[in-house]
Structures are given as structure tokens and as C-alpha cells.
Design a protein around this ligand. Structure first.
Ligand SMILES: NC(=O)c1ccc[n+]([C@@H]2O[C@H](COP(=O)([O-])OP(=O)(O)OC[C@H]3O[C@@H](n4cnc5c(N)ncnc54)[C@H](OP(=O)(O)O)[C@@H]3O)[C@@H](O)[C@H]2O)c1
Length: 387
């Protein structure tokens, strides 16, 4: 088969009687103009989405808020000319925008209009966590979901998730969902829902859609030389993106892996990988190589904070676990110092920065990991500010 002519593999969609492509198109990181995420390069993005569909991708994922609210209407246009009928179209309810029960209907109707469709195949409650789930539940969101299923505006109901495993299990068990969407990659086996959540949902018959398989590009951008050297030991040469995608596709419980592809080269490469990366196809040696890369990254962790929040609330307002997470991510993945400084600057403006620490030590008395929080706060403040 010529490069770019490969057809992706398909996987059964949970308990339902259809299959979807192992690679799905995530419309959150489309090519943009002038560095403005709200200005999608529509010509190039349309070419990419249609290329993927022609080569077998039949799952397209968007959401109300992506690209400053422009992604859904872009997807509506990109799927004209017969492409809509070839895919399962997924979008998400921005539950945080609903103030009343009626808002759920208004939002869905607006989304159908933006997408220029009478129905979506997959409708997800977006980015649920303990708080947003409770708020949506209190607004009787499940009654809305039942109504939208019954009147045909949505064909299948699911949710996407960003919180801890017990919350995930609670939501899985709260409704007869057809699917869910979780973050998973070789760095995140035990993060949020993680591998245990993947297996739990699959055991209940849910299809599991994966987001952030490349950790939003962190596993492919600025790859440290040492990690590159680890990949080069492998008998078969692969890019960091291919290793990461293959690790996710190796999990038999995974249904579809979404990738937010931002250029045509990504589409071509990811299609090629999804054409032959079946479940349980990585060898012991290959899995050991991936473990080595993971180990290397983890060794660059600055603070062994588990995010348990026992240190919170800080009387001075310092967002301790969030700051440690930012510090660790910057170190582990070689993040661009300018961007890190900008994000940290925002936290300082919002009065959550390490500069507010008064060294009372209340946090250290509460920390089950015995982390020297005060010293780490000083170090991160020095490290994260604009260079
Ligand atoms: N529901 C939710 O809460 C939620 C949250 C996150 C994501 N999602 C959905 O899930 C989709 C997938 O997540 P994601 O976009 O974070 O996926 P991802 O695959 O982890 O990250 C996408 C980024 O990886 C890089 N990339 C992709 N293919 C590559 C390749 N072959 N070679 C080198 N780099 C490559 C690109 O980075 P560069 O652009 O920097 O080159 C791209 O922007 C999203 O697009 C969105 O639809 C949903």
C-alpha cells in the first residue's frame, strides 16, 4: 500500500452494533491563522478532515467551546458535500453554561444549527468533574438527555471526564450511557480515570473514546534527547507520536483514539499508525522501551505532589497543588518558558501565586507526603517567572 493510502482499523462501539475507526478526528487543534485559535484555517482544515474520512476515519469530535466557539460551525461546513453521512458526529454539552433546565435544550438546538444537522450521533456532557456533574444533575440534566434521545436530536449519550477515579465510577453507574471519553496516554495510566477507569467502563459495556493520546502534543514537541535515544534503541524505528498512539491502541478496551491533528502530516502519520496498530500487538520489549521513556519523564518531576488537596485551603490563597502541577509539567515536558511564564503570571494576577506565601507552615503540617512546600513554592516562583 502506498503511504497515505492505508485504511484505518475499526473497533466495535461498546455494546452497540456498529464499528468506528480506531482513529477519530478531534476538532480542537485545527490549523489556525495568525496564531489566533478562533481563526480556523478552513481550507486546510477541511482538506485534512476530508482526507481522513476518505481514508476510513468515521468519527469526528467537536464541542461547543472549541476554537472560541468556531469549531462546530466549521465542522458543519467541512461535512457538507456528502461527508456528514460517512461519519459518526460527536459534540458536547457545555454543562457549565446551563443555569436552568431549559438551557440544555437551547444549547443543543443552537449546536444542531451550527452543525447544520437534524441530529448528532454522539452527545456528551462535557468535561464532567464532581462539581459540574452535581450541578448538572441538580438541573435534571438526565431528563434532558432522555428527552433528546427520545425525540431523536441525539442518537447516543455519553460524557467526557476530568476528575478522580471514584467520581468516574459514580458517573458511569448513574445512567445507561453508551460511551464515555477519557484522557489516556502512557504517562497517564493512573491519572484521572486511567487504565482502571478504562477497564471499568468497558466492563459495563460502554465504548471508551480516548482524548489526549499524545498528552495534547507534550509527548511529541521538544522531545528531550535522552527520550529520543530511548526510542532509537528499538529494532523498529518510530516517531514519538507513533509510540504514544500505539501504546493507547494496544489497550483492547479502547474503542477510538481521538487526535487533535493540526497539520496534514499528522493526519497522514496517524492514519498509517491506526491502519496496523491492533490491540495487544506491542511486544514485551516494546512495552519495556515505552516504560523507560515514561521513567525518564517521571524522574524530571520537581515535586512529588499527588494533588490530594489536604494542604488546601491555603490561608494566603496560594493554589498549592495547581502550582506544583504547573511546575512539574514545565519540567517534565520541556514546556516553552515564555508560555509557562504567561500562565504563571495569570495565576499571580488572580491572587493564587507562590508570591503570596507567608510561610505559616499550615500546609506542611497537613501534607501526607511530607513535602517541604514552603521551599518548593520559593523555587517555583523563581523558576516559572519570565526568563
Ligand atoms: N472532552 C474534553 O474535555 C476534551 C479535552 C481534551 C481533548 N478533547 C478532544 O480529544 C481530542 C484529542 O485530544 P488532543 O487534541 O489533546 O490529542 P493529542 O493527540 O494528545 O494532541 C494533539 C496534538 O499532538 C500533536 N500531534 C498530533 N499528531 C501528531 C503527529 N503525528 N506527530 C507529531 N505531533 C502530533 C499536535 O501538536 P502541535 O499542534 O503542537 O504540533 C496536536 O495539536 C481533541 O482534539 C478534542 O476533540 C476533549
Amino acid at each position: 500500500m502506498k503511504k497515505g493510502d492505508d485504511k484505518v482499523q475499526y473497533r466495535k462501539f461498546g455494546k452497540l452494533d456498529f464499528e468506528v475507526s480506531a482513529l477519530g478526528f478531534g476538532c480542537m487543534r485545527l490549523p489556525i491563522i495568525d496564531g489566533d485559535t478562533a481563526k480556523i484555517d478552513e481550507a486546510e482544515a477541511t482538506r485534512m478532515v476530508r482526507h481522513a474520512i476518505v481514508h476510513g476515519v468515521n468519527y469526528v469530535d467537536t464541542a461547543y467551546g472549541y476554537h472560541g466557539g468556531k469549531s462546530e460551525s466549521f465542522v458543519g461546513r467541512a461535512l457538507q458535500d456528502g461527508y456528514r453521512e460517512r461519519v459518526k458526529l460527536a459534540t458536547k454539552c457545555p454543562v457549565w453554561l446551563a443555569e436552568t433546565h431549559e438551557d440544555f435544550d437551547k444549547l443543543l438546538n443552537e449546536q444542531l444549527e451550527r452543525l447544520q444537522v437534524d441530529y448528532v450521533d454522539m452527545y456528551l456532557l462535557h468535561a464532567l468533574n464532581a462539581k459540574s456533574w452535581q450541578a448538572a444533575y441538580d438541573l435534571n440534566v438526565l431528563d434532558f438527555v432522555r428527552r433528546a434521545l427520545a425525540d431523536g436530536r441525539i442518537k447516543h449519550a455519553g460524557f467526557s471526564f476530568h476528575d478522580e477515579l471514584p467520581v468516574f465510577k459514580e458517573i458511569v453507574d448513574a445512567f445507561d450511557w453508551d460511551f464515555c471519553q477519557i484522557q489516556l496516554n502512557y504517562m497517564d495510566e493512573e491519572y484521572q480515570a486511567g487504565l482502571e477507569g478504562l477497564r471499568y467502563a468497558a466492563s459495563k459495556g460502554l465504548a471508551v473514546v480516548i482524548m489526549e493520546p499524545l498528552r495534547g502534543g507534550r509527548l511529541t514537541n521538544n522531545v528531550p534527547e535522552e527520550v529520543q535515544a530511548i526510542w532509537e534503541q528499538a529494532p523498529i524505528k518510530r516517531t514519538p507520536a507513533e509510540w504514544a498512539l500505539r501504546w493507547v491502541l494496544n489497550q483492547p478496551e479502547v474503542t477510538v483514539v481521538l487526535s487533535g491533528m493540526s497539520m496534514m502530516d499528522h493526519v497522514v502519520e496517524n492514519l498509517r499508525v491506526a491502519a496496523d496498530a491492533g490491540a495487544n500487538t506491542l511486544t514485551e520489549q516494546e512495552l519495556a522501551i515505552i516504560d523507560q521513556a515514561k521513567e525518564f519523564y517521571l524522574n524530571r518531576t520537581k515535586v512529588k505532589c499527588t494533588g490530594c488537596d489536604y494542604c488546601m485551603p491555603c490561608p494566603a490563597g496560594v493554589a498549592i497543588p495547581r502550582l506544583f502541577s504547573m511546575y512539574n509539567e514545565a519540567s517534565i515536558y520541556n514546556l516553552n518558558p515564555e508560555n509557562v511564564a504567561k500562565n504563571y503570571g495569570r495565576m499571580i494576577e488572580e491572587k493564587m501565586g507562590a508570591d503570596l506565601c507567608v510561610e505559616c507552615g499550615q500546609c506542611e503540617a497537613a501534607c501526607p507526603q511530607n513535602i517541604t512546600i514552603r521551599q518548593h513554592l520559593k523555587d517555583l516562583h523563581a523558576a516559572l517567572q519570565r526568563p
